[in-house]
Structure formats: C-alpha cells, structure tokens
Design a protein around this ligand. Structure first.
Ligand code: IPM
Ligand code: MG
Length: 366
C-alpha cells in the first residue's frame, strides 16, 4: 500500500534522527511491500531562517495533506541562538504548539518502558530497576497552561506576568476516554494525575475522569497529586500502567519517566486527533550540544515511526517488527553513548553512532 508521510526533520539532532527512522521505514516498505511517499516540511528554527516564522500556513496545509507526519525535533540553545531574541510567538516552540493546535492533536501518548538490557543505564537503585516498568503517559496536548491567555504588563509599577490554565469538560472527557480505551488494551489501570488540593481545573479534571470511569467498570481508576506522582515515578515506577494528565504535568512527568528508561533518547510519542492522523515525534528535544556529531540516539524516533505504523496506518505486524528489531539490537549489545552501561563489564557491548544504530535496527527487520 501507499502511505503519504510528511517529514519535519526540524533543528538540532532532528535531521540526523529522522534520517535513521526513514531508513527503518524504507526497510519496512521493502520487506512488507509498502511504499512510504515522503514530503519534507519545514518547521521550527529552519523555517524561521527561511520564512521568518516557525510555522507557515503552507506547512500546515502540507501536513494536513499527509496520512501522518514524522517529526525530529525543533529549537536551539535558548541562551545563545538568535531564534530566542525573537518575540515568543515567533520562536521555534511556537511552531510546534501551533501545529498541535492547528491539527487538533489533543492526545499525546508517551510510552515509557525499561528494556531489561538497559537496567544498567537506569539511574534508579538496582532493586527498583530490576523490577522493570511499562507505563504509558496520556498527556493532554492542546489545552491548559500552554494554550491559555498570557501577557506581561506593568501593574502598580511592577512587571507582572500572567498565564492562565483553562480546561472545559469536553477537553477533559475526550482525553480521559483515550486513556481508558488504551488501558483496556493494557493492564487496566488509570492513574489520573492532578493538583486537586489547590487548582479548580484539577477538581473539574477529577470529576469528569470519574464520570468517564463509570463506562469502564474493568478499569481501576486512582487519583494522584502531581507532586506525589513525581516522587512515585522514581520510588516505585512498577505501580503505573496508564498515567492520565493535563498538558504541563504531562510535559514534566514524561521527561522524568524518560530518564528512568535509561535516556530521553528512548522515549517515543504519538500526538493524535479524533481521526487516524497523527504527528509522531521523539519526546526529547533538539539537543543542540550534540547536533551534527552523529552520536544522538535515534531509537525514540524509530519507535515513534513504529507508533505511526500502528496508530495511523493500522500496520500492527510491521510495527511489531520494528519494535522487535529495536529489542534485538539492544539484546545484541548495540548502544549509543547515552545508553551505555554506567559501570561494570563492557564485553559484548558495541558502541555505535546515530547511523550505526539505524543500520543495526534496519538490518534486524524481516
Ligand atoms: C515536549 C516539548 C514541548 C512541549 C516544547 C518544545 C514546547 O517539551 O514535546 O515535551 O512542552 O510540549
Ligand atoms: Mg517536554
């Protein structure tokens, strides 16, 4: 079959990691008889350099015309890059927030799984790491603090900045339904994370989540305050199956979850709308400090491409093949620098760069 794939390579390590994911997709295509038709789309800093803005209407239209979009990363060094001298709405991140909103990508799925082979790269205590974990963070992606009205003004002679955290019940309901649906296919537990002891938006979040839970009698719902959740993630990550949370809490907790998988270079993500369309991107950033060096870990992007096969193209067998190939490469001791064992015996371990990892995974498909 033919599938139209938009590719937003973006900035920093983005072009390097998307090149490896594309290599893997081409291998999937030749092995299983599919044709992935690539359209490159500019977004982020590279779009600023060319058009003076991080996301053009042409880019949005081009993305909408695809079956799915694969993304690398956008942005640069916030202290040194000239992109950060621009007004906030002209910076690279505004492009990413803009495309999420324009395409209504409200459901962000971030699976965090500790491969047994990476237990040594996990910063948690050995007795915690050896129990392993397999969770999925369902982050609301188009509401809350990142999209509420904001402004900075002088009030009584003092510079004063305001951000607003707004959720309506429909926005909460649709993401909660996504969380319960995916929990039904997993271990049937949803931990809804909020700050209901302080925030009104969290109290509404709890109420609506409880209403949705009534339609899923097999799923256990628990509520957890976000500060406690941050602690539980490192104290006992095994307890989590699906974590359902609002935009900013999900942003922060997913970085924390990625760290305990061994590296942020392992965490894939899918941002979905009501239909089968999705934007697939690693959860990590553009890592400008290592950009262009050929050492970034492409696994998160490759696993994001696997999510694209599964969620947008309904190609479960092909997605399984990619995920298995990643696992085989890890079992065979192939490691980028970020997931090297922290200490101990390095026999059987081969350190590779970005393209070495892409080759190793592509070679293990089919
Ligand atoms: C992420 C990123 C983005 C976000 C930034 C770059 C706007 O941190 O995808 O987690 O906060 O959503
Ligand atoms: Mg983030």
């Amino acid at each position: 079959m033919d599938f139209k794939v938009g590719v937003i390579a973006g900035d920093g390590i983005g072009p390097e990691v998307t090149a490896e994911a594309w290599k893997v997709l081409e291998k999937v295509g030749s092995t299983f008889g599919h044709n992935f038709i690539r359209t490159d789309i500019l977004m982020g800093g590279c779009s600023i350099d060319k058009y003076g803005e991080p996301l053009t209407q042409e880019a949005i239209d081009a993305a909408k015309a695809q079956d799915a979009v694969l993304m690398g990363s956008i942005g640069g060094n916030t202290s040194t890059s000239p992109w950060y001298k621009l007004p906030p709405e002209k910076r690279p991140e505004a492009g990413l927030l803009g495309i999420r909103k324009a395409l209504n990508l409200f459901a962000n799925l971030r699976p965090a799984y500790l491969y047994p082979q990476l237990a040594q790269a996990c910063p948690l205590r050995e007795e915690v790491a050896k129990k392993g974990f397999d969770m999925l963070i369902m982050r609301e992606l188009t509401g809350g603090l990142y999209f509420g009205a904001r402004h900075t003004e002088e009030v009584d002679g003092l510079m004063t900045a305001t951000d607003t955290l707004v959720y309506n019940e429909n926005e909460i309901r649709r993401i909660a339904i996504r969380a319960f649906d995916v929990a039904m296919k997993r271990r049937k537990k949803v931990t809804s994370v909020d700050k209901a002891n302080v925030l009104d938006s969290s109290r509404l979040w709890r109420k609506i989540t409880e209403e949705v839970a009534k339609d899923y009698p097999e799923v256990t719902l628990e509520h957890m305050l976000v500060d406690n959740a941050a602690m539980q993630l490192v104290a006992d990550p095994t307890q989590f199956d699906v974590i359902l949370t609002e935009n900013m809490f999900g942003d922060i907790l997913s970085d924390e979850a990625s760290m305990i998988t061994g590296s942020i270079g392992m965490l894939s993500s899918a941002s979905l709308n009501e239909s089968s369309f999705g934007l697939y991107e690693p959860s990590g950033g553009s890592a400008p400090d290592i950009a262009g060096k050929g050492i970034a870990n492409p696994i998160a992007t490759i696993l994001s491409a696997a999510m694209m096969l599964r969620y947008s193209f309904n190609l479960d067998k092909e997605a399984d093949a990619v995920e298995k190939a990643v696992e085989k490469a890890l079992v065979d001791g192939i490691r980028t620098g970020d997931i090297m064992p922290r200490e101990g015996d390095l026999s059987g371990i081969t350190k590779v760069g970005t393209s070495g990892m892409g080759d190793a995974i592509a070679d293990r498909i089919g």
